[in-house]
Design a protein around this ligand. Structure first.
Ligand SMILES: [Zn+2]
Length: 253
């Protein structure tokens, strides 16, 4: 049951990160005017070369930033693996996961990359995904999901319903209570890392703007404007510190 709950709960989390399209509309549902599909702006070849150019700069910065925050963590905690999903059928997305060897994995898929307009957008999304690892969001979700599942199971048992379905319901509730907060935290951390990598997080965050964040998969995204505001606020704080010659520490709460 535990495995089932985790897989159920992690699926939306992983899929939620930079979901930029809405799920396929059901047959009778009216079309949503704000659910515009992000425009493809570059070839796969151009996308792949931008990705490799940006990750060459961003990966060491993300790893250094991660180690600065998690000084006592095992080496592998901050040793990112970078992956590309070249399947042309997957909807635009990027995600952070944990590999079998325990290292954090950042995956961009080709359809997302083809919608990104400049290196700042690549850098910001990379920083955002690294931010999920630095914020330890996957392990927090897992803990919260387990607590939710146990609570859901107890509730279902008390109500005479199936414990299994109660646990699933509980795990979903546990998941949703954290998803939005985690996206904003990853944006804050991502803003720091993008700055440190020499890119502009304000331009980078435009990848979220106007893409119907509140319509995203299972509504796990906060509205785009919240995210843009968070980036602007964080960037202003970083600029103020830098003006005094100080690189501010990464904080996100
Ligand atoms: Zn995310």
């Amino acid at each position: 049951m535990y495995i089932k709950i985790i897989s159920l709960a992690l699926l939306p989390f992983l899929a939620a990160c930079v979901e930029t399209t809405t799920p396929p509309a059901q047959k009778k549902a009216p079309p949503k005017p704000t659910a515009a599909k992000p425009a493809v702006v570059r070839s796969s070849q151009s996308a792949l070369s931008a990705f490799s150019r940006v990750t060459r700069r961003m990966e060491p910065v993300a790893e250094r930033s991660c180690r600065e925050v998690h000084r006592n963590a095992p080496t592998k905690f901050c040793d990112f693996v970078i992956k590309i999903d070249k399947n042309p059928k997957t909807p635009p997305n990027a995600m952070q996961s944990i590999g079998k060897d325990g290292r954090p994995v950042i995956t961009f898929n080709i359809n997302l990359m083809r919608t990104l307009r400049n290196d700042h957008e690549f850098a910001f999304i990379f920083g955002h995904e690294a931010g999920h690892q630095i914020g330890q969001h996957l392990s927090r979700v897992r803990g919260n999901v387990t607590a939710g599942a146990i609570l859901g199971g107890i509730l279902a048992g008390a109500l005479g319903a199936s414990v299994d379905s109660g646990a699933e319901l509980g795990s979903q509730i546990g998941f949703f209570s954290y998803a939005k907060e985690h996206e904003l935290q990853a944006d804050r951390i991502g803003t720091h890392i993008t700055y440190r990598g020499g890119y502009d997080p304000i331009i980078g965050a435009r990848s979220f703007a106007g893409r119907g964040g509140s319509n995203a998969f299972l509504s796990t995204h906060p509205p785009s404007q919240d995210r843009v505001n968070t980036v602007h606020r964080t960037a202003a704080q970083i600029r103020a510190s830098r003006a005094k010659g100080v690189t501010p520490p990464i904080t996100w709460k």
